[in-house]
Design a protein around this ligand. Structure first.
Ligand SMILES: Cc1cc2nc3c(=O)[nH]c(=O)nc-3n(C[C@H](O)[C@H](O)[C@H](O)COP(=O)(O)O)c2cc1C
Length: 337
């Protein structure tokens, strides 16, 4: 069993998004088994104390995974050791970031092309991390033919568990996550496998587990769209009836986000809009709320708009139930900017 997690669900690392404040807010709804930080880039200089402090911020009672990205074995090992000693429950290596600025430097998903380098870096990290070490991979760089070989390299380096986002680097976030790859890795590896990708509804998490046998489910963007998804998964697993958020719940969530962001960031408005661009997709109003919120001049205007329009909406006008088909997004109306 994966680290004996209370809930077999992980909040995915998302650069610029899963900062400590949002991690804490999302965790407060319950059902999250592990929180993951965005990657910390490890290059030539040792990890700065300030960076270390900013990354290792825990929510009491929930294990924290801190992700590192880099390809210098000695530096990665040094950073991993410091992070583990600073209190991270898991040190994770990013082997999936598809961005050109990242792969150009030979890190992130680029490392999937170089199994020898991968073995060297992971082996060095293993030597410095007494606790859990994990890796997060994509299905491959341009092809997914080598995914099992890469996963075996990771396993043989002594990694405790592996997360797979089954898209290739060249897919970025397009197309559909190929859950068959999760199943293959689960069947062929001895270490636990975490499945990730396109778990848009709580019911999808149970489907991913049933179809692949994965040991846990990692969720990223869908938790921005529906901040109650982890709670709903937990309820489904317990055969309880899943929470159905109403407009009132969404409005109260936005007030909590505002308060927490005001205490954290110099400018709340941009960060709030980032979340609204996701949550707005779940509102059945032809995209009107999302469009107006993203154009609003400041936080007060956004919240006045939310109070006037969102607050009255019944659950039926929101696509935040435990199951669904992304019908609003597929129709294009909710996302047209
Ligand atoms: C804005 C954004 C930032 C991301 N940053 C990271 C990151 O720092 N490290 C990482 O391993 N994956 C990162 N990812 C990938 C996610 O962790 C996840 O694998 C991907 O979004 C698929 O899962 P989802 O369908 O649940 O969102 C990022 C994704 C997004 C959308």
């Amino acid at each position: 069993m994966l680290l004996s997690l209370r809930h077999r669900t992980l909040l995915a690392p998302m650069e610029g998004v899963t900062h400590p404040t949002l991690r804490r807010l999302l965790a407060s709804h319950g059902g999250v088994g592990m929180l993951c930080t965005e990657f910390v880039r490890i290059s030539r200089a040792p990890i700065a104390p300030k960076t270390l402090r900013a990354a290792v911020v825990k929510v009491p009672g929930i294990p924290l995974s801190v992700q590192v990205m880099g390809n210098d074995a000695a530096k990665m090992a040094e950073a991993a050791g410091l992070i583990a000693r600073a209190g991270a429950d898991v040190v994770d290596i990013n082997l999936g970031c598809p961005m050109p600025r990242v792969v150009r430097k030979g890190v992130g998903a680029a490392m999937l092309k170089d199994p020898e380098l991968l073995a060297r870096v992971l082996g060095a990290m293993r030597g410095e991390v007494p606790g859990a070490l994990s890796a997060k991979i994509r299905a491959g760089f341009d092809e997914s033919d080598d995914v099992l070989r890469i996963a075996e390299v990771v396993q043989n380096a002594g990694v405790d568990f592996l997360t797979v986002h089954p898209r290739r680097r060249c897919d970025y976030y397009e197309g559909v996550a190929d859950w068959r790859i999760v199943r293959t890795l689960r069947e062929r590896l001895d270490i636990p496998v975490v499945g990730n990708g396109d778990v848009w509804y709580a019911r999808d998490a149970l489907r991913l587990e049933a179809e692949t046998g994965c040991d846990a489910v990692m969720i990223g963007r869908p938790a921005l769209r529906n901040p109650w998804i982890f709670r709903q998964i937990d309820e489904l697993r317990r055969h309880a009836s899943p929470f159905r958020p109403t407009g009132d719940d969404v409005f109260a969530w936005l007030l909590r986000v505002r308060e927490a962001y005001d205490a954290t960031f110099p400018r709340t408005v941009g960060k709030l809009k980032e979340l609204l661009s996701w949550i707005g997709r779940a509102v059945d109003d032809g995209g009107a709320f999302r469009r107006s919120a993203l154009r609003a001049p400041d936080v007060d205007a956004i919240l006045r708009l939310a109070e006037r329009t969102l607050r009255r909406l019944p659950a039926e006008r929101l696509d935040l139930d435990a199951e669904g088909t992304l019908a609003l997004e597929r129709s294009g109306s909710a996302v047209a900017a």
